[in-house]
Each structure stands twice: as C-alpha cells, then as structure tokens.
Design a protein. Structure first.
Length: 280
C-alpha cells in the first residue's frame, strides 16, 4: 500500500510541476483506446489496425523481424491473416522452421532466415535494406515491426527504406525525461534507449511519435497530419504507456518498476541533469 501511495504521490508531484507533460490519465485522443491483443503482447494489433484505417491502407505490405515463430508476440500476424502481403524474418533455425510452418496457409507471406545487422558489409548478416533489395525491391512497406531485443535503435538509425509506420521498442525501462543516449552495449541488454532519444532518432529519420504500449509507434512525417490532434510529447506518451501496462498486465508493471531500480539503470539516470524527480 505504501509503495502504491508513493508512486501516486510522485506522479502528482511531477504533474504539479509539468502538468502538460506528465499525465496521470490517458488522454482522450490516445490511440491506446484501440488496443486489442490477439497475438501481440500489449494490444499492438488493434492500434496498428486503427492507424492503417486512418491513413487509408486496407491491404498493404508488412515486414516483421525478429519474426520468432510467426505467431507468438507478433504485432503483424493478424494483418497476414487478413490477406496482407509481406515478409517475416528470423535468424534462429528452430524458430524459422516453426515460423515457416505457421505460414503454410498464408502464401502471401515470405519467410526469410536471416540475421539483421545495422551495417552493410557485416559478415554476421544483412541489413534490412539489403534484404528488401533482394526479396521485395519494389514494395513500399506499410508497417514495419522491429524487435531484435537490443540494438533496435541502431537498425532504425541506419534504415534507408521509409515504411509508413514503424513499431519498435520504446525505452520503457528508462526515465521519461531522460535525454542521455546510453552506450550501445547498455541498450543491448534489451533496455533500448530512452523514449526521448528514440524520438530524436525518429525525427532524424523523418518520423513522429504517436503512441506507445511498450512498443513505440512512429508515423512517417507526410502522414502525421492524420494524428496531429494527439499530444505526442515523449514524456506524456511514456507515462500513458506505463498506465496502459498497469491496466492490462499488472505483474509486468511491477516487474518493470523493479527493473528500473537496478543499480546500473539508476547510475545512468543519475548522469542526466534533465531528470528533475524520481519515479519508483
């Protein structure tokens, strides 16, 4: 009870200082209201569907990596089942076999066994752009889901293709006001970069933040007007994602707060002068 009280108190204190940036409720225009999970972890399918409907894409092209087994925790499997074309990419031989089998009845999906690397010439694998050039060179990608458990942001930084929507882990383990970009070896622990850093990378690539669950949703600039009624301040979006996680997965919410208390996360956050208060 005390822990919960302290958490609420800290948010109320923060809201008093930054009322437009640190909400205690999810804004009315948030895309989180469309959250609906079939295979995804946090309701990404419903949000993706709402975004695609808004921009007028009813039957497009998807790319998801790591594709895992093609079903579990997939953000785009439902699109494939609705008839979308696309590609699922997975480096693990055992998971690739399961993934390929799961798409037997969905021939519009190309299954590719490949390790995704951010840099051309890397002997460990290929960039997503190299794979696209080889397998689907003339396709405009409508939805790209990136989940490689570590250096997702480096993939994003070096991406040449411009999908309409990118879904990528959004730095929920870091403080919402943190602007310090942590070294890649830290991010590679599957904690990614802070959401403000991810948003800066997105802006450099021509994208705007419009939502977050645990994954951040970035829409291409030319389509942002469809979502300009959303307050997309990264701190607000982060806090709304935290509230969303608390609502749908309270055990994960508790685990997330526990991970935030680890010494190495606290050490890095202490180096950022932009952080003016602490959260549990």
């Amino acid at each position: 009870m005390l822990h919960k009280f302290c958490f609420i108190l800290s948010f109320l204190f923060a809201s008093a200082i930054y009322p437009s940036r640190l909400p205690t409720v999810i804004q009315e225009n948030s895309l989180l209201k469309y959250s609906h999970a079939v295979n995804s972890q946090y309701g990404e399918e419903g949000i993706i569907d709402a975004i695609m409907t808004k921009i007028g894409v009813s039957n497009g092209f998807l790319v998801e990596f790591g594709g895992y087994d093609g079903v579990t925790m997939s953000n785009t499997r439902l699109l494939a089942e609705k008839g979308w074309r696309g590609a699922f990419i997975e480096p693990s031989a055992s998971l690739f076999a399961k993934m390929k089998n799961s798409f037997k009845q969905l021939p519009k999906i190309l299954c590719i066994k490949e390790f995704i690397t951010p840099f051309k010439g890397d002997s460990h694998g290929s960039t997503i752009d190299e794979i696209a050039d080889q397998y689907f060179p003339h396709e405009e990608i409508d939805v790209m889901s990136i989940d490689i458990d570590g250096l997702d942001h480096v993939i994003f930084k070096n991406l040449k293709r411009k999908p309409k929507l990118i879904v990528i882990e959004g730095g929920m383990f870091w403080h919402p006001m943190m602007q310090l970009e942590v070294p890649d070896e830290i991010a590679a622990k599957n904690v990614q970069q802070p959401i403000i850093v991810m948003t800066k990378i997105a802006k450099q690539q021509g994208y705007e933040l419009i939502c977050s669950t645990f994954n951040a949703f970035f829409i291409r600039n030319d389509l942002y007007d469809y979502f300009s009624n959303i307050d997309n301040d990264p701190s607000r979006i982060w806090c709304e994602a935290l509230l969303h996680i608390k609502n749908i997965k309270p055990n994960l919410y508790k685990k997330l707060l526990q991970i935030r208390k680890t010494d190495w996360i606290q050490e890095w956050e202490s180096k950022d002068p932009n952080i003016t208060f602490q959260i549990p």
